[in-house]
Ligand binder design. Structure first.
Ligand code: HEC
Length: 330
């Protein structure tokens, strides 16, 4: 056995089709290091965090032999096309990620074999209990580690343990693949860090086009202008200012990003423009100075309580941002 990791159990046998309809069995995974988790695609709380963290581990571990396996706990709903769409939302490279269509009869036993839990609850709002951990399985099919998805430092521990199983030569290759980030763009980071998976599903988190420069209403009723500082804080300490109408499920990326990467992300978010798209113009009245304006993509604007307001310029928008309730239409 390579490495000092404990040998926890032998991974169970299984055979399920993946998002492309290809069968995958535990035997197919022999000689591979693989990471397992349990999700269902309708889940808006724990699973998006699992999937986002899985994206981050995939990003950190460049070795193409490592496999990532997500077992759906909701086989009734998660058909192959549904799993395919889910995968595509999270990543543009599904080559290492297999999402498996399980079946109800074998699911509980499978989960137990992976030291996890996966069971229906009967509650339509929260239909399944499932572990929110990652399991690490070695090349011989033994479980070697268990990692929590709600703790960002576990992403690093899991990535390190994968490298340990792969052996020292891989660790070297890993470093060179991880260090130069010269090809990274904000848009790519947005996908690879799992941001897109959540922010492309309004049920989980709102799309971020047009957020920069808008006025955001927070959970506690406060309003803030979405400037650069706000965007940075949203990424590093999302719990500080939670957007009204959304659960605080956004995971913190503190310690996971270099300053250069954070800047790329924030620049990307700033470059996203909200509606109206293209060169369309709309007639509007500036709610502060009451001037009539023809609003286009460059017009100063703010979102407040679900409505877009346009301004003759930045000074009126600033006045609005300080006290939107005073100017907003009832
Ligand atoms: C697991 C889902 C999830 C992931 C992954 C995620 N977010 Fe979020 N994000 C949320 C939710 C939910 C909110 C709204 C609640 C809040 O403010 O914390 C949010 C809020 C935000 C906000 C504030 C937006 C606003 O509407 O005012 C920004 C900016 C943001 N996220 C950027 C990012 C970036 C950049 C990434 C990737 C590095 C990312 N998010 C990853 C779920 C996620």
């Amino acid at each position: 056995m390579p490495s000092s990791l404990p040998v926890m159990a032998r991974a169970p046998t299984f055979s399920y089709p993946d998002q492309d309809g290809r069968p995958l069995t535990n035997e197919d995974l022999l000689d591979h290091v693989w990471v397992a988790d349990f999700i269902y695609t309708r889940c808006t709380t724990a699973c998006p965090i699992l999937s986002a963290r899985m994206m981050m581990v995939q990003r950190k571990v460049a070795d193409s032999s490592v496999r990532f396996v997500s077992f759906s706990v909701d086989p009734d709903h998660d058909s192959l096309p549904v799993l395919k769409r889910y995968a595509a939302r999270w990543t543009s490279d599904e080559s290492r990620w297999r999402l498996l269509h399980t079946n109800k009869k074998t699911l509980r036993g499978l989960a137990a074999g992976l030291l996890a839990v996966a069971e229906p609850t009967g509650d339509p709002r929260d239909p399944f209990v499932h572990s929110n951990t990652f399991l690490l399985v070695d090349q011989a099919g033994f479980i070697r580690g268990e990692y929590r998805s709600d703790d960002p430092s576990e992403v690093d521990r899991l990535s390190d343990d994968i490298r340990l199983l792969l052996g020292a030569t891989e660790a070297k290759a890993e470093r060179s693949a991880a260090s130069p980030d010269s090809t990274a763009t904000g848009e790519r980071l947005f996908v690879e860090l799992g941001c897109q998976g959540c922010h492309s599903q309004a049920k989980i988190a709102r799309p971020l086009g047009g957020v920069f420069g808008s006025v955001v209403t927070l959970e506690d009723g406060r309003t803030v202008e979405a400037n650069e500082a706000y965007l940075r804080e949203s990424i590093l300490a999302p719990g500080e200012k939670v957007v009204r109408g959304y659960p605080g499920t956004m995971p913190s990326y503190a310690g996971q990003l270099s300053d250069a990467q954070l800047t790329l992300l924030v620049d990307y978010l700033e470059s996203l423009r909200g509606a109206p798209a293209k060169a369309e113009r709309v007639r509007a009245v500036d709610p502060v100075c009451k001037m009539e304006i023809s609003a286009g993509p460059d017009t100063a604007r703010a979102e407040y309580e679900g409505r877009t307001y346009y301004f003759c310029g930045a000074p009126c928008r600033r006045r609005f941002a300080r006290d939107p309730g005073k100017y907003a239409r009832p």
